[in-house]
Design a protein around this ligand. Sequence first.
Ligand code: FAD
Length: 471
Amino acid sequence: MTESRAAPSPTDADARYRRRGMWLDLLDEPLSPRPALPGPAAVDVVIVGAGYTGLWTAYYLAQADPHLRIAVLENEIAGFGASGRNAGWVSPWFPASLETIARARGRDKAVAMQRAMFDTVDEVGRVAAAEGIEARYRKGGVLTLATAPEQLARVRKEPEHYRCWGVGSDEIMWIDPAAVRERIVVAGCLGASYLTHCACIDPARLVRGLARVVEKLGAKVYERTPVLSIENGRAVTATGDVRAGVVVRATEGFTRELPGARRELVPVYSLAIATEPLPASFWSEVGWSGYETFTDGRHLYVCAMRTDDDRIVIGGRGAPYHFGSKVRAAYEQVPRVHAAQEAALKHLFPAARGVKVTHRWGGALGVPRDWFPSVGYDRARGYAWAGGYVGDGVAASNLAGRTLADLISGRESPLTALPWVDHRSRAWEPEPLRWIGVRGSLAVFASADRKERRTGKPARRAELMHRVLPL
Ligand SMILES: Cc1cc2nc3c(=O)[nH]c(=O)nc-3n(C[C@H](O)[C@H](O)[C@H](O)COP(=O)(O)OP(=O)(O)OC[C@H]3O[C@@H](n4cnc5c(N)ncnc54)[C@H](O)[C@@H]3O)c2cc1C
């Protein structure tokens, strides 16, 4: 595993976990690990990883069958991974394009996948409210802003494109600059595509609350319990094996550390910053009372949200891929990218010029070779998995959890017929080809943004690249 195994004191652990990002830092609960797995055990389902994927799976399984014996094994603490430190969007987007899904599985399946993602945005809010999880869920929709002339054509096409896939004009629409300003004042905005299906949350509150809920439902959550390998019918740990009818792999950006899974998902780092809470004077200038999430039309875009305590969080692309798919705490700090996010903040909101950025963080997310997430269950091997969400996993992991619960329980449902079920991506290339490919695609997007700024025209090479590698 990537972190030192020496048992830290509860206070050391608390400080170490809080340093991993603003959301963990601001939690008003101690971050002391739950007890580790005490020794060998036997259960019905063992889940490896206590992020959203693992915990949503435990939640829906326990809901469906309260007698099921479920154990969740977590290397650090619940929410240590991307689930505790993302950019807070309950994103309605599926990383593979609708065209890609339709080519692989037909138009109806593509439409069903998009609809399931839209519904999932509501499902996350519904469960949080029903279970009393204070996830600070607010559904304000998402704005894709054109902030430069070269982005305008691309953004303008978005509503029309979605309409071809059955998305209604009451769900997605073009809004002109004056109408955008009624929602949010962003410098240089030339208009936006607005989609109603998106929400924002406090990610750490959601994942930590979910862990408590699954415990209440009877599942056991063991923390600081690294799984060394997954074998037929068992998860192997240093303190003993957990034998189970089903083993679920929910390790996303950390998957490459499991023997046999090294080339399944590449860990790519996503980074974010957050400001101090901003004063009423800022908000009276900027508006943003609808808590819309927003992104801009660049290839290496930034994404933003307003938090419940009046901060702005900006996340985005641009962190380097590391040779050998290594995962290291040091990779979470990339001053060049954090500085670019801060510059974007100040460019988009001139009123934020004197504002302090209080947190800079990052984390690894999982990317499959074809950028097509998957969820599946091999009944013969008793092995299930989900992940590869390419940075859009907050809603997708809920859909994955519900789908895994149906698959494992042997229930056929509209979810088990979705096109990502049992999808197999091919393995990533061995190094150095993998490094060249991932770094190369990031470089194409960065240079496309520079070229578009210079020429004022869309960069065709990057447009094509998005179809091949929709990073
Ligand atoms: C900075 C950042 C911003 C993001 N922003 C957004 C966003 O705004 N919207 C969105 O939709 N998505 C976003 N994402 C992606 C999203 O957070 C993830 O897709 C999602 O959280 C994945 O959940 P998960 O449970 O599959 O993985 P994780 O949350 O990474 O959980 C995996 C867990 O498994 C544990 N683990 C790994 N290996 C082992 C092992 N061998 N034994 C035991 N435990 C193990 C890890 O410690 C971890 O806790 C972002 C990601 C990052 C990093």
